[in-house]
Design a protein around this ligand. Structure first.
Ligand code: PLP
Length: 399
């Protein structure tokens, strides 16, 4: 594997080509150190962590315990509160069903920001349709920052659970959880923080341990897909759900060990990595602004994830740009679940972005293996693709 190996893709059906990978919000390549641990666990530590009558099970159980410690260290929480899931979507569903509780005399009052991930919005809306939750929306401004009055109004009208993501997966805006978590608790509500994009990229000191339900996912931090975690003291305190079940599912030990290693690397290298990535992101932004007339940079430029660059090429269909880049640079028209569907993004709508800017919205996500030359080449390719689409539109030969 060469040093840039992870930014490249090979498509055997179309011949070999190189594509620069700049879609790290959708998923990240697995770090080879993580992959090695996953492989080792699969072949040598195959015991069932719930079957601890012998050394095989004991070894597997100790690997799970170790991974819990690494996840907890990354988000400043207690290892006993870490529960592994198949990813963030499952962790969100588990958290919300736990907050609703097994007996729902009155519906759970949930307040959520309009820019939460679709996985959370869908879960809350399903609960509302079932009559076991009622939703209050918390508004954001044009940079996707929380509108404080809207949060206060939700809290004052009576809320049981507040959902505020740590950072947005489209425009990268980071939320001030150091202030929000104690505020929510002062109103006797619980807080769910979806840290899927932020874990390892922002510090959790000072509030991580106080979050009632914290969500993270392995594949966003250079770990394997199919593993995530719900970190929750509340869940730990009343864990036996489902008719008093006493059986825990057999843990996915290789995935869990991989997620633990991904968290360890993020904790030990995240700060330095973030500085390197932010410098490249800023350079890419500068290049694109210089090369593309009328380019707009979206989100909160003072307070966004280091690897996020969200831009709009006004009145220029983003799907045409992305399709011209297909074999050269992997970027996205928005959240992964929206891509391909070509529906507009609920995040950009919540920000009040005008239609022309929504139409030309592009999400770029840098990562651990992005190189300076990737940035240079990506800037040139993106600018060329935009020129191409604009020329085609001027000649009216596009659909
Ligand atoms: N929450 C956020 C903020 C995300 O970005 C994603 C994935 O894009 C999810 C939740 C869902 O994560 P998973 O793929 O682990 O289910």
């Amino acid at each position: 594997m060469n040093s840039r190996g992870f930014s490249r893709a090979i498509d055997s059906s179309l011949g070999t080509f190189e594509t620069i990978y700049l879609d790290h919000h959708a998923t990240t390549p697995v770090d080879s150190r993580v992959a090695k641990i996953v492989f080792d666990m699969m072949v040598s530590s195959f015991g069932n962590a719930n079957s601890v009558d012998h050394v095989f099970g004991e070894t597997a159980a100790s690997i799970v315990t170790d991974a819990k410690g690494r996840v907890a260290a990354l988000v400043g929480s207690d290892p006993d509160n870490v529960f592994f899931t198949s990813g963030s979507t499952e962790a969100i569903r588990l958290a919300i069903s736990h907050a609703i509780g097994p007996v729902h005399a009155s519906p759970l009052r949930i307040a959520l920001t309009r820019v939460e991930h679709q996985a959370l919005i869908d879960t809350a809306q399903l609960a509302e349709r079932l009559g076991i939750a009622v939703i209050t929306w918390i508004d954001v401004d044009h940079r996707a920052r929380l509108i404080s009055e809207s949060l206060h109004a939700a809290l004052e009208s009576g809320t049981d659970l507040v959902c505020v993501m740590a950072a947005n997966n489209e425009v990268g805006t980071i939320y001030p959880l150091g202030e929000i978590v104690p505020l929510v608790h002062r109103h006797d509500a619980a807080i769910l923080v979806d840290a899927t994009q932020a874990a390892g990229r922002i510090p959790f000191d000072g509030f991580g341990a106080d979050v009632d339900y914290l969500i993270l996912s392995g594949h966003k931090i250079y770990g394997p897909k199919g593993v995530g975690a719900l970190v929750s003291g509340a869940y730990e305190a009343s864990r036996v759900y489902g008719l008093g079940a006493t059986h825990d599912a057999t843990p996915n030990v290789p995935g869990i060990a991989g997620m633990g290693e991904a968290c360890r690397i993020m904790l030990s290298e995240g700060e330095v990595e973030t500085r390197r990535i932010v410098a490249m992101r800023d350079r890419l932004q500068k290049d694109l602004v210089r090369l593309i007339p009328n380019l707009v940079v979206n989100g909160d430029q003072e307070n966004r994830l280091a690897h996020n660059l969200h831009i709009s090429v006004p009145d220029t269909p983003n799907d045409l740009i992305v399709s011209r880049l297909r074999k050269k640079v992997a970027i996205s028209t928005g959240a992964a679940c929206m891509s391909g569907a070509q529906s507009s993004s609920h995040v950009l709508r919540a920000m009040g972005m005008d239609d022309g800017l929504q139409e030309g919205a592009l999400r770029i996500g840098l990562g651990r293996f992005t190189s300076e030359s990737d940035i240079e080449n990506a800037a040139a390719e993106i600018a060329a693709a935009v020129r191409d689409v604009r020329n085609a539109m001027a000649g009216q030969d596009y659909e």
